[in-house]
Each structure stands twice: as C-alpha cells, then as structure tokens.
Design a protein. Structure first.
Ligand code: HEC
Length: 90
C-alpha cells in the first residue's frame, strides 16, 4: 500500500462517517418503521412534525417504541432520509 492510496482511503472513510447516509436510513426505515403507519403520515396535510428538531424527537420516540436499539448514527440516517424525501426542512 502506498501513501496516496492510504490518504484516499482515509478521506473516503471520513466522508462516509460525517455525512448521514440516506440509503441506509431508507433501508432501516423500510425494515422497521412501516408496521404501524406507512409513509403517508409524513406527507398528510396535518402532519404534526414541523421542524427538523421535532422530526428527530419523533423518530427517537417511534424508534424506542419499536425497540429497534439503533445507534445515534442510525437515527440520524433515518432523519436525513425522512427530511430529504418527505419533509424537506432544509
Ligand atoms: C408501534 C407503532 C409505531 C411504529 C413501529 C413506528 N411508529 Fe411512527 N408513529 C406512530 C404513531 C402512533 C404516530 C402518530 C400517528 C398519528 O398521529 O396518526 C407516529 C408518527 C410518526 C411520525 C410523525 C408523522 C407526522 O405527523 O409528521 C414520524 C416522523 C414517525 N412516526 C416516524 C417513525 C419511524 C422513523 C419509525 C421507525 C423507527 C416509526 N415511526 C415506527 C407509531 C409507530
């Protein structure tokens, strides 16, 4: 292994660690979050989550209900997925 390869590898690892992974979030969501409600609750007219902070709280609440035992990173990925796909807060 040469130094340039290592530097590239490090960069790739750092990048994937700091940015929430939407694909991963979608996978987690589709596996564990569709038991009680489908995605229509996120886009219904009177949906009650109205900010990114509220979304994080709600995902945490529902995740605790499911007992999925996600890591913080997993929660972040799902929040990112729901925000980018449905809520579009930022
Ligand atoms: C045990 C049943 C259950 C499961 C499983 C569940 N939820 Fe929920 N979730 C609810 C209920 C109940 C509501 C409130 C729905 C309503 O008011 O009609 C809700 C609402 C929400 C909302 C807010 C929708 C809005 O109005 O803006 C979000 C976001 C959400 N859930 C995310 C998730 C995520 C992420 C998961 C997977 C970890 C998940 N839910 C799994 C029960 C569940």
């Amino acid at each position: 292994m040469n130094k340039i390869f290592l530097a590239g590898l490090l960069l790739a690892l750092t990048a994937s660690n700091t940015r929430a992974d939407i694909d991963h979030g979608k996978k987690l969501h589709d596996e564990q979050c569709t038991e009680c409600h489908d995605s229509s609750v996120y886009t219904r007219e009177n949906h009650f989550v109205a900010s990114r902070e509220a979304l994080l709280k709600q995902v945490n609440r529902c995740e605790l209900n499911v007992g999925a035992q996600w890591f913080k990173e997993d929660v972040d990925d799902v929040v990112e997925y729901l925000d980018k796909t449905f809520y579009k807060f930022k």
